[in-house]
Design a protein around this ligand. Structure first.
Ligand code: ADP
Ligand code: MG
Length: 613
């Protein structure tokens, strides 16, 4: 490497001025620790031109910084030969879907969620080739995926033959390597678009630092690699980010910006005595009726409070809800709405085709080049949000068995092919299930009809049974509601075709108003995020008593009876969560008697429905 002395001195000055102590600490712990982390902001304060060069030509600036680091005078007689300089806080943040060829070879920052990560395995960085004719060893740097041989021939001037060569593994140099794929996080996707993803390379001490479900910012250099073809070379290239540094993100809804003006609006709304009805009517306004379900979904959005105990145990605050019902009663529609309203919503189907399914899987795929890859499924990607899982009746058996752990401990464990991993899935589950045999039979077991073990069903805090009962008046209303939604403009024409005395002009006007949500979805999302971030309500004594009494009477009623879902201590926890969620709806730090009554009301509604009455 050609070293410009002035430039080298300047970089050494920078490291001395800002990172003297860190460099000493690094030297102390070297080679167990091998990285010096430099904050981009400091570099910019020190010299704007260097900072700009770092973004434009990161490869050579990082090399120069590393050279300067090795060249520093250290009191210890240590050489930091393999130390890295890693730069955090890169301002050049690019959304994955906006990556273009102009970003190639630039220093960029990518934010997202880790979807897959391979095992950590050695990669050859400098290969030693022994000439089979003269035994001379020639070293070749290995930047790419394919092993490069000494193309210019044997190093020995007297030989110079082009092989054959033999790779000497013992004399070659290796580095730990790991590949990963990150994808756009659910909260950055508007209106249910498919997330896009990017492949990431991690080397040396950056390996083993991320697992599926982690929210991260990866700073690194964007590279292109030709697509693999069976024969010849492709003219199309894929993007890969060579990671230089990793920043783990705080798990709250940091990324949802709430302006001071919006905060004012949120506080104003929370003081409205009609706030509950306003929110309920803003959930899926095009779906007629189903107010109890919408109320439950409101509680689910706001969530109870997760409690962490000193002994390390925790109880979840997330409220799991399942909609069980006949086909065509708007279950899927409701799920899609909630995904849109939740600050962090992920939609998935029980019969999903991907290997990871709902939970997680260890697979051997193209990302790993023969290595095992751990891939997080919907419940991992929905960490700290809501996972809406449609068609749960069609779930795979592997998913069924790991769902117990996912719903209660909120983790997903994998043990396969020597890989043991635990991923986080701290999300609320909103499930929908159709009856396996076409329509529901009220007199048969609920669990059997949706092909789900009762133990799994009992992990849901609320179970709704939605039956498609033909009632002409109701059908008319839904029909008119549907028509208004779909063809608001042509409404008057359609009205003439619906022969019902029910549909008066006043009725239509009233319904039209309902279809426009009282609270805009974007504001409601922020309202929910604001509440979950800031409100941790404590329960009043009389509210607690009310819940305990209710629970005790449920236990008594349930005794000896063959109830569809057994009443266990789990129900008491569910009651607490619902009451806390109810307080959070109005941003209250107190769970009052009113919240407790709302809780027992909705619980009764569900129980009556599934048959404990
Ligand atoms: P499911 O998932 O329960 O089988 P879908 O969500 O696919 O049902 O709904 C089927 C169709 O019927 C959708 O177009 C939905 O909008 C409509 N629909 C059903 N019930 C209602 C309702 N109560 N209000 C408005 N539309 C409804
Ligand atoms: Mg459906």
């Amino acid at each position: 490497m050609v070293v410009d002395e002035k430039w080298n001195k300047k970089l050494k000055d920078f490291l001395k001025r800002y990172y003297q102590d860190d460099v000493l600490e690094l030297a102390n712990n070297y080679p167990d620790e091998r990285s010096l982390i430099v904050n981009y902001d400091k570099l910019e304060v020190f010299d704007r031109d260097i900072a700009r060069d770092l973004i434009e030509d990161p490869e050579s600036v990082i090399l120069s910084l590393e050279f300067a680091l090795k060249d520093m005078d250290l009191p210890l007689s240590k050489k930091l030969d393999n130390a890295h300089v890693r730069v955090s806080n890169i301002p050049n943040r690019i959304p994955i879907r906006d990556l273009r060829s102009k970003h190639l070879s630039k220093f960029i920052a990518i934010e997202g969620m880790v979807r897959r990560a391979t095992e950590v395995r050695p990669r050859i960085t400098k290969a030693a080739f022994k000439c089979m004719r003269c035994d001379t060893v020639t070293y070749v740097e290995q930047p790419g995926n394919k092993l490069d041989e000494p193309y210019s021939g044997c190093e020995n001037e007297n030989c110079g033959k082009r092989g054959p060569f033999k790779l000497v593994v013992e004399q070659s140099e290796f580095v730990d390597s790991q590949k990963s794929q990150i994808q756009e996080s659910p909260e950055s996707l508007k209106g249910g678009t498919n997330p896009q993803s990017l492949e990431i390379n991690f080397n040396d001490d950056l390996t083993g630092k991320v697992s599926p479900g982690d929210r991260v910012i990866i700073n690194g250099i964007l590279r292109s690699v030709p697509r693999a073809l069976r024969e010849g070379k492709s003219t199309f290239y894929d993007l890969v980010l060579d990671a230089n540094s990793i920043e783990h993100l705080d798990q709250e809804y940091d990324d949802l910006d709430i302006t001071a003006e919006e905060e004012e609006q949120i506080l104003e709304l929370s003081r409205d005595p009609k706030i509950y009805d306003k929110i309920i009517s803003s959930i899926a306004p095009t779906i007629y009726g189903n107010d109890h379900v919408k109320r439950a979904l409101m509680y689910q959005l706001f969530s109870g409070v997760t409690k962490q105990f000193p002994d390390g145990t925790r109880t979840r605050g997330d409220i799991h809800v399942i909609l069980v019902g006949d086909p065509g009663v708007a279950k899927s529609q409701l799920l899609r709405y909630i995904v849109k309203l939740s600050p962090r919503g992920v939609f998935a189907s029980g019969k999903s085709a991907s290997a990871s399914g709902l939970t997680a899987a260890a697979v051997k795929d193209d990302l790993g080049d023969g290595r095992w890859t751990i891939e997080g499924g919907a419940l991992v990607m929905a960490d700290m949000g809501i996972a809406a899982v449609d068609e749960m009746d069609k779930m795979r058996d592997e998913d069924k068995s790991s769902l117990h752990e996912a719903m209660e401990q909120q983790t997903i464990s994998i043990a396969k092919a020597g890989i043991i991993a635990t991923l986080k899935s701290r999300c609320a589950l909103l499930g929908a299930a159709n009856p396996v045999y076409g329509r529901f039979n009220r007199f048969e077991s609920l669990a059997d009809q949706i092909d789900m073990p009762p133990a799994l069903l009992s992990r849901f805090d609320l179970i709704f049974l939605l039956l498609d009962v033909p009632e002409s008046q109701m059908d008319n209303r839904i029909a008119s509601h549907l028509l208004q939604t779909h063809y608001a403009g042509e409404l008057m024409q359609h009205k003439n075709n619906i022969s019902s005395s029910d549909i008066t002009q006043e009725y239509i006007d009233e319904q039209m108003i309902n279809i426009v949500p009282e609270i805009e979805p974007e504001l409601l999302r922020k309202y929910v995020a604001y509440s979950r971030r800031n409100v941790y309500p404590i329960m009043d004594e009389d509210a607690r008593m009310h819940l305990v009494d209710f629970y005790t009477s449920l236990r008594k009623q349930g005794e000896g009876k063959n109830t569809p879902v057994p009443v266990t201590a789990r129900q008491l926890e569910a009651l607490v969560r619902l009451a806390e969620a109810s307080a959070r709806v109005r941003l209250s730090n107190r769970v009052t008697m009113d919240d407790a009554v709302r809780t027992t009301d909705i619980t009764m509604e569900c129980l009556k429905n599934v048959g404990i009455d």
